[in-house]
Design a protein around this ligand. Sequence first.
Ligand code: DGY
Length: 321
Amino acid sequence: MTDSKGRVLVTRRVPEAVAERARREFDAVLAKEDLDAAGAVRAAEETGAEALFIGPKSRLDAAAITALPASVKIIANSSVGYDHMDAAAAKARGIIVTNTPDVLTDCTADLAFMLLLNASRRAYEYEAIMRQGWRQGFGMPDMLGIRPSGKTLGIVGMGRIGQAVARRARGFGMKVLYQNRRRLPVELEEGAEFVPTIEELLPRSQLLSLHLPAERGAPPLMDAKAFALLPKGAVFVNTARGSVVDEEALLAALKSGHLFAAGLDVFQKEPDFDTRFAELPNVFLTPHVASATVETRDAMGFRALDNIAAVLAGKPAPDPV
Ligand code: DGY
């Protein structure tokens, strides 16, 4: 009876509004905890799932994809990034893979800006001083940050999120440079300057924010050579993926003072990130939460369900990857 609704396995905990819609529209099985790849495969077999709604903990590599039951028609990532799974292996099996673009653009850009401002203006150190009771005033030259407004911001990856960061930067009077696989049409550039190579972009970027997708197995874009190309005193922000950064090189650049500060939301290893970052006063840290607002998490969940609904109804997925 319920089978006509389509059997959906949700392998991660989701907001209540998303769970409610999943139960209403589908024959849905909702995991009580975020499942890893083995748990997701096991649950897919047990439920005979036609659709998997997954999160980053379900790291479906090629072996896990091979082990999925033949019933699975779609793997809907409830995220824009899908580097946690082997999309090529899934597609080779005829499984449709989707993600959730657009809906988290503004929240990610907001968080990138939050990191940029907090890192530049030493928010972590000021906060800590206040929580310890302050009591000792600062002299004029003490505890100075750097002014982000009016500076030159380099953006690597000028997709939707990069463009949203550029819009915010204009409000702060920043000059925006960007590097991207292709130059954008002029109307989308809105005054930002295209710089064809990363080697040309870095020396001109007083502030740098990454917004490129991670490629599975690719070497980190930001290695020691790349950090050395940034001007001394630059501020570095990463809300993209930890894998695009050589963390040893970043730690060295922060410790030497070559970088004034960094704002980091993503790490090579999550949640077991390298805690040496937490020992440095010139780093502002958040635990991979760029999309973590009520509005955006609901929208991401709904978008994943929209993709599932389309595919199970025999229609093209709105967001194939
Ligand atoms: C995404 O959607 O890729 C964000 O990083 C949240 O996982």
